[in-house]
Design a protein around this ligand. Structure first.
Ligand SMILES: Cc1cc2nc3c(=O)[nH]c(=O)nc-3n(C[C@H](O)[C@H](O)[C@H](O)COP(=O)(O)OP(=O)(O)OC[C@H]3O[C@@H](n4cnc5c(N)ncnc54)[C@H](O)[C@@H]3O)c2cc1C
Length: 375
């Protein structure tokens, strides 16, 4: 049996790939599968809009993962009958003052270096493309690669796909320890019971780094980065594009919601919503789309992004034989779900880490002397 710790997008998608290859797989989640970061996310599939220019390997992974999404969405919907609202909506980076125009030029150059299409618009053109934008808009950059999925529907579909293909989902069952014998993993202790397993995959999201189930030296360097978000209900569409400004975003959903996100906070596992956090989000949203003023707030929530020391995922074998890492996806876990699942399944089935995943081995931390005993 293969045991997966964590039933978020990463754990369930890997589980689905392995179950559909006829392996016996159990996904353990200590709560309801999907209820952590994977349902808290905005569901953007935006490989470059949040990228930093120095993150070259990560951008390549993100672009490769992005390219897998159309087929992944079709396959998942065909298997489950669940619509996940995969939408190639596009995005628009908006500048409201001169400084922001300069920053937009920088982004335009960066995208040009990656040979990605990004169309520059003056203020009037931007408003004719997206008429509810603030009259203060000075310039905008169209980012056609920004797509989205309704990540709550995605989680429902992944759960169905996993279970339909023979996976065993054990919710409300915490993995509290690994069973070790002869220097390798032989099982897990979960919900007070022992389960034999020849492989264990750590997909515990933001809880991967502090996971007491693992001996301390095998805990990967992953910490929680809190994000607060909220949504309003639109009576008619205020935007068909994802709107970006100053690292904040507005994501229109097919069902009439407008998601407004997200704060980026180092607060450990403090999940409280704060007046300051929500105020910043609303202020940003109103500066972009003044018409949100009268819209009812529908929901507000927070979640924990699983961030590694270099903000890139940790994928592949760990130094402990039988333990595999699939964690640390930070801001891109939904985007990277298909490529992570395919790559980890390839490693389990054929023993090779595909080239796209190789730069994300845990060994990179050992090379910097920051994680002991990682081979
Ligand atoms: C506000 C916000 C906005 C985001 N927006 C986007 C976006 O637009 N696009 C994008 O690609 N990404 C986005 N992300 C990031 C994305 O949500 C994450 O990278 C992704 O969901 C991580 O998935 P995961 O399966 O690793 O973790 P999670 O979904 O957090 O799942 C981990 C699971 O492990 C379980 N678990 C932990 N420890 C144990 C244990 N010992 N035993 C059993 N179960 C355990 C937990 O209960 C949890 O359900 C966003 C994140 C946040 C917070």
């Amino acid at each position: 049996m293969i045991a997966i710790i964590g039933g978020g997008a990463i754990g369930l998608a890997i589980g689905w790939r392995l179950a559909s290859a006829d392996l016996a797989v159990t996904v353990f989640d200590r709560g309801r599968a999907g209820s952590a970061a994977s349902e808290a996310a905005a569901g953007m599939l935006a490989p470059v809009s949040e990228a930093e220019p120095e993150e070259d390997a990560l951008i390549q992974l993100a672009l490769a993962g992005h390219a897998m999404w159309p087929a992944f969405a079709v396959e998942l919907t065909a298997r489950t009958g669940t619509l996940i609202d995969y939408w190639q909506c596009g995005g628009l980076h908006v500048a409201l003052d001169r400084d922001e125009v300069e920053r937009l030029r920088f982004l335009q150059d960066f995208l040009a270096r990656l040979q990605l299409e990004a169309r520059w618009l003056g203020g009037t053109e931007a408003r004719s493309l997206s008429p509810h934008l603030s009259p203060n808009v000075k310039a905008a950059l169209v980012s056609p690669t920004d797509h989205q999925v309704d990540n709550r529907k995605l989680m429902a579909a992944l759960r169905t796909a996993f279970v339909t293909d023979g996976g065993w989902l054990q919710e409300h069952t915490e993995v509290t320890a690994l069973d070790l014998a002869g220097g390798k993993v032989t099982g897990v202790i979960a919900g007070g019971r022992r389960y034999a397993a020849e492989l264990v995959i750590l997909a515990a999201g933001a809880w991967s780094g502090a996971n007491e189930a693992l001996p301390a030296q095998y805990r990967p360097p992953v910490r929680p980065v809190k994000g607060q978000m909220l949504s309003v209900r639109m009576s008619s569409s205020l935007t068909e594009l994802i709107l970006w400004r100053n690292g904040r975003y507005l994501v229109p959903r097919r069902d009439g919601r407008l998601l407004i996100g997200a704060t980026v906070e180092e607060r450990g596992f403090d999940d409280r919503l704060t007046a300051g956090g929500l105020f910043q989000l609303l202020e940003e949203a109103r500066a972009l789309l003044p018409d949100i003023d009268e819209l009812p707030i529908e929901e507000r929530w927070s979640g924990f992004r699983p961030a590694s020391r270099d903000d890139a995922p940790i994928l592949g074998p760990s130094p402990l034989p039988g333990l595999i890492y699939a964690t640390g996806h930070y801001r891109h876990g939904i985007l990277l779900t298909p490529i992570t699942a395919a790559g980890i399944a390839e490693y389990v089935l054929h023993g090779t880490v595909p080239p796209a995943l190789q730069p994300f081995s845990a060994a990179r931390f050992a090379a910097r002397g920051s994680m002991e005993r990682v081979a």
